[in-house]
Ligand binder design. Structure first.
Ligand SMILES: O=C(CO)[C@@H](O)[C@H](O)[C@H](O)[C@H](O)COP(=O)(O)O
Length: 208
């Protein structure tokens, strides 16, 4: 019987295997998150301070990514916009929420520019671009970061798998690499990093 997931323990070997593999994944996920957070403390604090300064000056956060990272970018925009205790919400927009716009840009221009073109239209110097990618190599994400830098935005990159081109090309002022080649483990750890950044930036902004 699993302590973590008793509902996953039907009779028989298949059920036992499922429980074991689920528990192994949960343990791997927890260990990775703890390791990442332990190694990135000062970098997270520096990034949160830069984000808080941007928000104090009226800046907006733009989050973007593909697939599961698109879902995570939507969660980022929601969690930064929502007030938490004494910390007010900040302007935050996810660049994958508008299907009409995304499909028009992809169909009429190119999929590689779906984030860059939106940032060209909406971004201002001092805004914050947060790019999420598990490979660090999605071209539309890299083009988005390039555009954000051209505008003079603060660029934040979350990548896995060694950081990929996002790391090689130095496209993020604040880069957080999750050392795993598992897309799912990377996404789980990135979600945690985003929540920590929101909390630290909120505290920094509130001066607590
Ligand atoms: O999330 C999953 C699988 O869980 C996929 O949808 C995954 O996000 C997609 O393959 C993305 O296109 C991968 O892009 P990236 O993370 O390498 O930038």
């Amino acid at each position: 019987m699993s302590a973590l997931y008793p509902f996953l323990a039907p009779d028989g070997d298949a059920g036992t295997d499922l429980v074991r593999s689920t528990e192994a994944k949960a343990a791997e996920s927890l260990e990775l998150r703890l390791r990442v957070l332990a190694g990135l403390g000062p970098a997270l604090a520096a990034c949160a301070a830069a984000m808080a300064a941007a928000f104090r000056a009226g800046g907006t956060l733009f989050a973007f990514g593909n697939g599961g990272s698109s879902t995570d970018a939507q969660a980022v925009a929601q969690v930064f916009r929502t007030p938490h205790g004494t910390s007010p919400g900040v302007p935050a927009i996810c660049l994958t929420g508008d299907a009409a716009l995304l499909t028009a840009l992809a169909n009429d221009v190119a999929f590689d520019v779906v984030f860059a073109r939106q940032l060209a239209a909406l971004g201002r110097p001092g805004d914050v671009a947060m790019a999420l990618s598990t490979s660090g190599g999605s071209v539309n994400v890299l083009r988005g970061l390039e555009q954000a830098r051209r505008i003079g935005m603060v660029t934040v990159g979350l990548a896995g798998a060694g950081g990929g081109r996002m790391a090689e090309e130095g496209l993020a002022d604040h880069l957080f690499v999750v050392p795993s080649s598992s897309v799912h483990r990377v996404q789980e750890a990135q979600t945690t990093l985003c929540h920590v950044l929101r909390e630290l930036a909120g505290r920094e902004r509130a001066g607590t």
